[in-house]
Design a protein around this ligand. Structure first.
Ligand code: ZN
Length: 168
């Protein structure tokens, strides 16, 4: 396993729509392990392939508390939301590709996601709360969408100014 460098904005790969994977082979399983290791080390609760420069539809998530709970890693190939609740939830989000920036984002509170797992099986999962938020955030990455894109342009520009200033 190896740690992978995580891209940060304004890298254009983070704004690119990713391609579906044709199958889950040894390369993809190896990527899942490398992405999980990279995510835990960061530390983060989700990571999408474009964040490591690969424009492929692959995400990993684990919303358990690393300090107190047993890990529960989930890797999803070609994930798609097949249902979202009308009920919304506001969650403070951050992103490993936009370090040290946090903002409240409104999204459906519950989702059902269909994906291919590391054994190549098609699965469906219902998610609620932080897991639902995290899955939506990571699937957004596969479509070149960042959490700040869900904010008003006024709020987003304010955040980007702060981000750019901190990086000068
Ligand atoms: Zn992110």
């Amino acid at each position: 396993m190896s740690l992978l460098p995580i891209l940060t904005i304004p890298d254009t790969r983070l704004k690119t729509k990713c391609k579906p994977l044709a199958n889950v082979d040894g390369r993809v399983v190896g990527l899942m392990d490398d992405m999980l290791e990279t995510m835990y080390k960061a530390p983060g609760i989700g990571l999408a392939a474009p964040q490591i420069g690969l424009l492929e539809r692959l995400i990993v998530v684990d919303v358990t508390d690393q300090r107190t709970e047993k890990p529960d890693p989930i890797a999803m190939v070609n994930p798609e939301l097949i249902w979202t609740s009308d009920e919304l939830a506001v969650t403070q989000e951050g992103c490993l590709s936009i370090p040290e920036i946090y903002a409240d984002v409104t999204r459906p509170k519950m989702v059902r996601v269909r994906y291919v797992d590391r054994a190549g099986e098609v699965r469906e999962m219902d998610a609620d709360g932080l897991l639902a938020t995290c899955i939506q955030h990571e699937i957004d990455h596969l479509n070149g969408v960042l959490f700040i894109d869900h904010l008003s342009s006024l709020k987003r520009n304010m955040i980007l100014r702060k981000y750019n200033k901190a990086r000068k």
